[in-house]
Design a protein around this ligand. Structure first.
Ligand SMILES: Nc1ncnc2c1ncn2[C@@H]1O[C@H](COP(=O)(O)OP(=O)(O)OP(=O)(O)O)[C@@H](O)[C@H]1O
Length: 273
């Protein structure tokens, strides 16, 4: 199998677009099935994210979005179909430093009094192994903290943060690893609108450098312009795939085009039925 082409940091937008159309997906699910307990949750998911692409997983509560991304990072066993990361079947994939994962609303606190900087630094572990953080590692940690607007809280205990601030720290931890693929499960939950815009700007910068993003969302919000494709799940299957940027482009709308407006609004909520 040929090696995937990942554009280097600082690559031009034109170059990224060219790579998008020609390279193999950084993540690919084909007919993927998965069960939780006795319940079949994924019933044959097809999904692919190319280099530099941003794909949103939408759908009603319980449609299988979290299960799909958890399967992609090996947290839920796949019972059928094919799942590859960077062209390698999941079972043989070892390059986890290339993947940044932000789980669904969880806390950065562990009972152990860690500082914000320590938690974000742990995002470099897969790169540094057990070596102390070098200058480049510290710079990446600082930059990730700045990107999410938490640099001034670096020395604070994570136990002293609000829910939305925890979320920003977890996003910074994923960004600190400078991943080629960022997988985020509802990163906007509990994050105020201004911070959502900060995250949108951060993601735009990451994707400009060639990072691919797969994220679970309930609302596109400020991320809408970044999203190349919205994959809507329903009852463990892909119900439809849309291009929200086109749907949100006012030039694409006609005042009387109520069907399209209605579809756009349903995609916005992820409750397309
Ligand atoms: N541990 C579990 N055991 C059995 N069933 C589960 C388990 N966790 C989740 N489920 C079920 O799997 C289905 C899909 O859950 P999942 O969390 O993937 O949905 P989701 O689309 O991410 O939902 P939400 O928007 O509410 O986060 C749901 O019907 C849920 O009840």
């Amino acid at each position: 199998m040929s090696k995937p082409v990942i554009p280097p940091a600082g690559k031009s937008a034109e170059g990224d677009r060219a790579v998008k159309t020609t390279s193999e997906p950084v993540i690919s699910l084909h007919g993927v099935t998965a069960s939780l307990g006795a319940r079949t949750v994924l019933r044959g998911i097809d999904l692919a994210v190319g280099p530099g692409e941003v794909v949103a997983l939408l759908g009603a509560n319980g449609s299988g979005k979290s299960t799909a991304v958890r399967a992609a990072v090996g947290q839920v066993p796949v019972t059928g179909g094919e799942l590859t990361l960077f062209g390698t079947p999941l079972a043989r994939f070892r390059e986890w430093r290339r993947v940044g994962y932000v789980p669904q609303r969880s806390t950065a606190a562990s009972g152990v009094p860690a500082t914000v900087r320590e938690v974000v630094s742990s995002g470099r572990l897969a790169r540094t192994r057990l070596r102390p953080l070098g200058r480049a590692d510290k710079a990446a940690v600082h930059r990730a903290l700045e990107v999410v607007g938490m640099a001034d809280r670096a020395a604070d205990s994570v136990n002293a943060l609000s829910g939305g601030q925890h979320q920003r720290v977890l996003i910074a931890r994923a960004l600190a690893g400078e991943p080629d693929l960022l997988i985020m499960d509802e990163p906007l939950t509990g994050v105020d609108l201004a911070s959502q815009q900060v995250l949108a700007d951060a993601l735009r910068e990451q994707t400009g450098n060639g990072t691919s993003v797969l994220l679970v969302l309930h609302e596109l919000g400020p991320l809408a312009p970044l999203i190349d494709r919205a994959v809507v799940l329903r009852d463990g299957r892909v119900e439809r795939v849309d291009q929200p940027e086109r749907l949100h482009d006012p030039s694409c709308h006609h005042p009387h085009d109520t069907d399209e407006a209605e579809t756009a609004s349903k995609i916005e909520t992820g409750l397309l039925s």
